[in-house]
Ligand binder design. Structure first.
Ligand code: FES
Ligand code: FES
Length: 173
């Protein structure tokens, strides 16, 4: 039975080696903050970190993940207090929220690699698709996070923010 380390916890996964990581996360482990969009590696809704690298989990097979450390949106923080999540709240980024977990995971990886990204860096790294057109606020939130001016509030005023901070338990599947 393949073993997986997700958000610092070890899981024995009863799934075939050719099962996409996205299905394992959502259906086997029950971490539904990571979303299914296209299933073809195009939209980025399923973005997680594999050994710290932003990765589209619909395109990664369980059997290729031996000894890998996976981080999902739920693993950023227990309460939405990660600096990038706080920046998302401060900029009121989400509209429907569906793409936002993947957006945040891509942004966290970008800021880890380039703490002060310029517009070209953001454009190159943030290839996720948002059907609601939140791109300007995504860029604004990344700038806030880079500047360290994300505020401290835990308020979740924007629609879909719970999903974007990984706080949706059961909803928004
Ligand atoms: S669901 Fe994986 S890239 Fe769209
Ligand atoms: S798809 Fe609706 S907020 Fe991005």
């Amino acid at each position: 039975m393949p073993a997986l380390r997700v958000n610092g916890r070890a899981f024995e996964v009863a799934a075939e080696a050719d099962t996409p990581l996205l299905w394992v996360l959502r259906d086997t482990i029950g971490l539904t903050g990571t979303k299914y969009g296209c299933g073809a590696g195009l939209c980025g809704a399923c973005t997680v970190h594999v050994d710290g690298v932003a990765t589209r989990s619909c395109q990664v097979l369980l059997g290729s993940l031996k000894d890998a450390n996976i981080t999902t949106i739920e693993g950023l923080s227990a309460d939405g207090s990660h600096p990038v999540q706080r920046a998302w709240i401060a900029a009121q980024v989400p509209q429907c929220g569906y793409c936002q977990s993947g957006m945040i995971m891509a942004a966290v990886a970008l800021l880890r690699d380039k703490p002060r990204p310029n517009a070209a860096d953001i454009a190159a790294a943030m290839t996720n698709i948002c059907r609601c057109g939140t791109y300007p606020r995504v860029a604004q939130a990344i700038a806030l996070a880079a500047a360290g001016t994300t505020g401290t509030t835990g308020a979740t005023g924007a629609t879909g923010m719970a999903g974007a901070t990984g706080a949706n338990k059961g909803g928004g599947r």
